[in-house]
Design a protein around this ligand. Structure first.
Ligand SMILES: [Zn+2]
Length: 335
């Protein structure tokens, strides 16, 4: 699209423009027309047929004989973000243009002349692939539904959200619970690790945050676990329930293999710190890991430290610790 807009696709007319004398012969018409950008992408027999199909399917005026730019603008004026057909109006000109150019190059370089049907099928294929990322904000009209069904896209309306309560569970008497989390603003971006150790009554033993530099989420998650275990060691705690929301890191722990080669040193330290105590691992939902998340976010903002009394903590973290202690649920929304 960028090349077409700036007139730098290497069509015959462009090559002549830079004083290379060639005989122009398009690959799209029976009577071999002169090849310029508008011929390949809009006015040639083949391009005209493709635009016609798309216009009929999506109900866009055909604009016979108009330039490529006029057609694209006409489609873009109909584009909107409110539902999938609206988004397709914005995306289809790019897909059509790309396919027309691809067809031209295959004919020119490989002597392969795709039929109108083949090109139309690949346009549909691209649409169905891209449509996975599109979302309806507003409801669909009959016309919209017809457009989607032509591309064999499902008509699913926005699914309902289900709300489930999740709570932080106290550890068993005699055990402490370590919740850890990592956070990366931008992933990768400014990252931080954090977590909290609580006793069986849900009271704070130690909360910690650590800035972990410009790194990924997964790196920060592992660092959260490492810092947590260092604090566990410092406090001489022997029975630890570890909880986190990263399935990935939990899988690494289960298989005893770290998926990030540059973390090997940290990973070894984690393994050795785990070896000398009773530990259990569990997955928890992000919502019930809110306190650890709060500490990780502090880390990502560049704050490092540890806290053993509530009074010095930000109000939001303090509030969530109280919620957890009282067994009050967080709201988890699932589709
Ligand atoms: Zn032609």
């Amino acid at each position: 699209m960028w090349k077409a807009i700036h007139g730098c696709l290497p069509v015959d007319s462009r090559i002549r423009d830079i004083d290379i004398p060639i005989v122009s012969r398009c690959d799209c018409c029976l009577n071999y027309g002169d090849e310029d950008l508008n011929h390949v992408l809009a006015r040639g027999d083949f391009a005209e047929k493709i635009w016609r199909i798309c216009s009929v399917v999506l109900g866009v005026p055909l604009m016979e004989g108009s330039s490529w730019r006029q057609r694209v603008d006409c489609w873009h004026r109909r584009a909107s973000n409110s539902n999938r057909p609206g988004q397709l109006f914005g995306l289809l000109p790019a897909i059509i243009t790309w396919q027309l150019w691809g067809r031209r190059c295959k004919a020119r370089m490989e002597d392969l002349r795709e039929s109108v049907h083949q090109v139309w099928c690949s346009i549909k294929y691209w649409v169905s692939w891209i449509a996975l990322k599109l979302k309806d904000v507003n409801g669909l009209t009959r016309r919209d539904e017809a457009i989607l069904s032509c591309f064999t896209l499902p008509l699913n309306s926005p699914r309902k959200e289900i709300v489930i309560p999740v709570t932080w569970k106290h550890p068993n008497p005699g055990w402490v619970k370590l919740n850890v989390d990592g956070c990366s603003l931008g992933n990768p971006g400014s990252s931080g690790a954090g977590g909290i150790i609580r006793d069986y009554k849900g009271d704070l033993v130690c909360g910690f945050a650590a800035a972990t530099g410009h790194n990924s989420n997964n790196f920060a998650e592992v660092m959260g676990l490492l810092h947590g275990l260092r604090h566990i060691d410092q406090l001489g705690l022997l029975f630890v329930e570890i909880e986190m929301d990263s399935m990935l890191v939990l899988n690494w722990l289960r298989t005893q293999r770290c998926g990030l080669w540059y973390m090997e040193d940290y990973w070894e330290e984690i393994q050795s710190r785990l070896a000398n105590r009773h530990v259990s691992f569990a997955h928890c939902y992000r919502e019930s890991n809110s306190v650890a998340d709060g500490f990780a976010k502090m880390g990502a903002k560049g704050i490092s430290g540890s806290w053993s009394s509530l009074s010095e903590l930000p109000a939001s973290i303090r509030g969530n610790i109280r919620l957890d202690r009282g067994g009050l649920p967080y709201i988890r929304k699932v589709r």
